[in-house]
Write a protein that binds this ligand. Structure first.
Ligand SMILES: NC(=O)c1ccc[n+]([C@@H]2O[C@H](COP(=O)([O-])OP(=O)(O)OC[C@H]3O[C@@H](n4cnc5c(N)ncnc54)[C@H](O)[C@@H]3O)[C@@H](O)[C@H]2O)c1
Length: 396
């Protein structure tokens, strides 16, 4: 215990609300932190639900008023896990109230909102953090370190896919299919992660979207009247009303990186058979890496500098604290494997370290950094709309 507290307010109590609550509950048990996290206030819209949520997860207070919550002088860190179209409103109010802000990805639903967030962050005293949490899977963090050590040499090619299959015709018109709320579909929901991970591992930036295509395959979806469209399941709602899906189900694009490396990205929520296959392959002059989140404890590594008779892919189980695998020392003995939730716990540990003035294990995306991802998302949409290459220098 450090003796200094950091009171957290979390807005949003569903999928990410649970993942982040779990992180706050565990982080101080596994990591030595310069500040002690306190689960001060959980805030969401449904009064009965939020009280139950607070008691289940150990939040000290529950509120349905986000304005009061972010203005509360006792709060130090505001965590935003609401849909993309309200990230700006919630985050900017918190920054103006002098808080640190951790916001879910993508930064916002539009480039304008994302820019306003980055500008507000630049003026505010608080630090900002964005939950591109896959950076903090130990295998991804190790890949970042291998590139930094020069082990891949000159990078030739990046291949990123994020494949899920839950969004077939029976999936209702939840906010993720509404362009005015989500901004985009598979692009912002999934591909934003892959773009961030590729930038993080290589240290390189997209300079041009050479070509992209985005497709809304399922154009009409059922409206669930019983939930106001808020749930993320399929439900037994008997309503027959439908509405238009206005986001991409599938996105494919080719990009050039500033280094000259070529990259392909693919994201879909319709790739039947793939559940959460978040994959990245990077090929360099001296070596190559492969990561697939469904086997998140492993990094595949090809050492092209070995004598030819020894060359081949090797699988590194990235859980060895004695070998300094990133974050592994805080967890279990080697090969006692980690899961999805650890990426959030690892990220929250770095957030509290940074709030306490310490360095994170690997670089943390802030609002300025995540604005770069938002510019890439915008270039992908423009390239699809106009059927032309789009240089990132055109996207301000
Ligand atoms: N980092 C990741 O891997 C990851 C995974 C899933 C979602 N996300 C991101 O997290 C965010 C939330 O996604 P989710 O899956 O948790 O969504 P969700 O629908 O499960 O939960 C959204 C929460 O926000 C609340 N909410 C909705 N509109 C609101 C408003 N106007 N004001 C206040 N509260 C409001 C809802 O009541 C709910 O509690 C999105 O930005 C999404 O892109 C990130």
């Amino acid at each position: 215990m450090s003796g200094k507290t950091c009171n957290v307010a979390l807005i949003g109590s569903k999928f990410m609300g649970r993942a982040h609550s779990n992180a706050y509950l565990k982080v101080g048990k596994f990591f030595d932190l310069p500040v002690d996290p306190v689960m001060h206030t959980i805030c969401a819209r449904n009064e009965a639900e939020i009280k139950e949520f607070a008691s289940r997860w150990g939040w000290n207070n529950a509120s349905t008023n986000w304005q009061e919550t972010v203005a509360n002088p006792d709060i130090h860190l505001v965590d935003v896990t609401t849909p993309n179209n309200v990230h700006a409103e919630h985050s900017i109010a918190a920054l103006e109230a002098g808080k640190h802000v951790a916001c879910e990805k993508p930064l916002a639903h539009t480039l304008d909102s994302a820019r306003q967030m980055a500008e507000a962050a630049a003026k505010a005293p608080g630090k900002t953090f964005v939950w591109y949490n896959y950076r903090r899977c130990p295998a991804v963090a190790l890949a970042h370190q291998l590139v930094k050590e020069g082990r891949l040499g000159k990078i030739y090619q990046i291949r990123g896919c994020y494949l899920q299959d839950w969004a077939g015709p029976d999936t209702p018109l939840m906010w993720r299919f509404q362009g005015e709320v989500a901004g985009s579909g598979s692009l912002g929901d999934l591909c934003a992660h892959t773009i961030d991970t590729a930038r993080f591992i290589t240290g390189d930036e997209v300079s041009e979207v050479i070509g992209s295509t985005m497709e809304t395959v399922i154009k009409e979806r059922k409206i669930l009247e019983s939930t106001g469209g808020e749930i993320s399941g399929r439900g037994a709602d008997t309503s027959t009303k439908t509405g238009k899906s206005t986001v991409d189900d599938i996105v494919l694009f080719i990009a050039r990186m500033e280094s000259g490396a070529l990259a392909t990205f693919e994201a879909t929520r319709l790739s039947t058979g793939y559940k959460n296959s978040n994959r990245l392959e990077i090929h360099g002059e001296k070596g190559a890496i492969k990561f697939n989140f469904e086997r998140m404890n492993e990094l595949e590594w090809y050492d092209n500098t070995l004598p030819e008779h020894l060359q081949g892919w090797s699988t590194i189980n990235v859980t060895n604290g004695n070998a300094n695998h990133p974050y592994a020392g805080a967890w279990w003995p080697v090969a006692h494997i980690l899961g999805y939730e650890h990426s959030f716990i690892n990220q929250s540990s770095d957030i509290f370290k940074m709030i306490g003035g310490e360095e994170p294990v690997v670089p943390m995306p802030d609002f300025a950094d995540s604005y770069i991802v938002q510019r890439v998302l915008t270039a992908v949409v423009e390239s699809d709309n106009k059927r032309v290459p789009v240089s990132l220098s055109e996207i301000k």
